[in-house]
Write a protein that binds this ligand. Sequence first.
Ligand SMILES: Cc1ncc(COP(=O)(O)O)c(C=O)c1O
Length: 282
Amino acid sequence: MLFLNGELVDSQDQIINFQDRAFHYGDGVFETLRIHRGEIPTWPFHFERLLSAQKKLKLPLENFFSDWKQFVDTHLHNIKSGCAKLVISRGIGPRGYRPPDPATINWWVQISDLPESIVCNERKTNEQEGKQLTLCSHRLSRQPAFAGLKHLNRLDQVIARSEWGDLSEFDEGIMFNLDGHVIEGTMSNIFWLEGQQIYTPNLSFEGVDGCVRRWIIKHKLASHNPVKILEAVSLNRILSADAVFISNSLSGIQSVARIQDASIPISTLVSKLAIEFNGYYA
Ligand SMILES: Cc1ncc(COP(=O)(O)O)c(C=O)c1O
């Protein structure tokens, strides 16, 4: 099912206007949302990232925000479980980079079933089998002005993801910045444990500040071991960790069992955290 600006689009009419700036310049942002019992339980985290995009990219999202609640109430209320991809563009503009002023944004929502791999994985949360990660040679571009945002310019991830085949080979690839420091996965954030302490790379210069990443940081804030955010993370530090895990809005929190040829220990601390996060989908 596809919606444009809140209205259902007939499957025969699924055409994007050629003048849309998302198509020409990647001028916009997107969110991948998990629907549970007619709601998006982690919406406050997505909303926070959209607010940041509104500010940093000067996207006029006020009307979208006021229409969104109505859209969820009307179109998502009877969906038990699924996912929605929300794409927001600065909209139609004349030729050239100069943003139209005022701009009228376009927003699309595509609703689909949860991928089978996620449904299966959740049945196995208690076992936490662990994911297999590869190392991507394509480096992340550095742009502090956009770091953290989920903007539509995803060529780094596209090229990195082309470096391995299907999920039977590897589940995810680790991406490095221009200095060779670990930043994140192609579609997830990365964490590691040293004893009871959770660490994650700093994302001030590159990377997407994930919703689950922010949930983990917030969740641990009042604990004895709040998450430590580190700069210049070497691959060796991750390889010698007591556990490694990745996070993403659709799959939640997942243990890593192997990075390339190296085995990584599995920790019950990660399974506990994964179960706590999955409380959103109980
Ligand atoms: C490059 C990248 N980093 C991190 C994430 C995790 O973000 P979130 O927790 O909001 O799903 C994603 C999600 O798709 C991503 O594409």
